[in-house]
Design a protein around this ligand. Structure first.
Ligand code: PEP
Ligand code: MG
Length: 315
């Protein structure tokens, strides 16, 4: 069928010595899923479902959501699709879900924390995902944003599994979650590092504040230390650790992430070919050497310069 024809064009990512690294796309709509389906990506590593909730005065119904999720799942056939539950608040304000009276919305009731005020919002979304799974005949991976503790991860996993969802994970984008990655991974099947927020919270730097871009740089050794801690926990527990923040789309940083032990990289679909090319020209051992050099650097620019100096001549 059509899905087989599309699947035949999928091209697994990996290093020069054949170490596999899944290359995935970030999407926000079912139309995006249809756009990336004909490309070589191995699936979707981040479906930002909040797009469906934006510019509305009430949440979309379970049926409305199920239709969109089933459409996205069907577009990707049997490829992996990681759906993130609603991440409202701070840089993603939502009229009906965010608290109007917060002085520090980035530190407030956002992401998974909305469950404290409105558990029905999450339950409806999980029910819609369960229904979409039955309709599309393919099982999504499901993850929650802004998880800070193992107990939040445990609560989310229980809620998702109660709706028949079988592959359940959380984002690691709060430093506390990276520091306790082992305990969090014990509760779930996978994690995905959100380096945009991880950099914001590690460096105490608003991600929308352009003049502080040097601090927000994902090459900051402190941010890489937290990626390292998370990837190590994944290797120990034999569970996947992905990256779905913008950092995955920098081909040079992608080498470092793979060297740290990250197992998948999700980015805007247009960034995949350059990352694929960079990986293909380096071995896993070379990536590990680059990662060690980046961790040993004392600043973001020197981390990047030390890795650039090690690149294969054709990259
Ligand atoms: C992130 O924080 O890195 C992430 C992938 O999610 P978002 O950019 O949607 O917050
Ligand atoms: Mg985020």
């Amino acid at each position: 069928g059509v899905e087989d024809a599309l699947a035949a064009d999928v091209e697994p990512g990996g290093t020069a010595d054949g170490h596999r690294v899944q290359l995935l796309a970030n999407i926000g709509t079912a139309q995006d899923a249809e756009r990336v389906a004909p490309t070589a990506v191995e699936g979707v590593g981040l479906f930002r479902t909040e797009v469906l909730f934006l510019e509305r005065t009430t949440a979309p119904t379970r049926q409305e959501q199920a239709t969109v999720y089933a459409q996205a799942l069907s577009a990707l056939g049997d490829r992996k699709v990681v759906v993130r539950t609603l991440d409202a608040g701070a840089d993603k304000p939502l009229a009906f879900a965010t608290q109007p009276d917060e002085e520090n919305p980035a530190l407030g009731v956002r992401g998974y924390r909305l469950v404290r005020h409105d558990p029905e919002l999450l339950e409806t979304q999980l029910a819609a995902l369960g229904a979409a799974q039955s309709d599309a005949g393919t099982a999504p991976w499901v993850m929650a944003p802004m998880i800070a503790t193992a107990s939040e991860a445990r609560d989310f996993a229980a809620r998702a599994r109660a709706h028949g969802l079988t592959t359940v994970g959380v984002m690691v984008e709060v430093p506390a979650a990276a520091l306790r990655a082992r305990e969090i991974l014990a509760e779930v099947d996978f994690v995905s590092l959100g380096t945009n927020d991880l950099a914001q919270y590690t460096m105490a730097t608003d991600r929308l504040r352009g003049e502080l871009a040097d601090l927000l740089d994902p090459w900051q050794p402190a941010v890489l230390d937290l990626v390292d801690a998370t990837a190590r926990a994944g290797l120990e527990l034999h569970k996947p650790v992905g990256v779905c923040g913008e950092s995955a789309s920098d081909p040079v940083l992608a080498l470092v992430l793979v060297g740290l032990g990250v197992t998948s990289l999700s980015m805007s679909a247009g960034a995949v070919p350059a990352v694929r090319y960079a990986l293909r020209h380096h071995t896993r051992a070379q990536c590990a050497t680059m990662a060690a050099a980046a961790l040993a650097a004392e600043s973001a620019p020197s981390a990047r310069a030390s890795v650039v100096a090690m690149l294969a001549p054709e990259v």
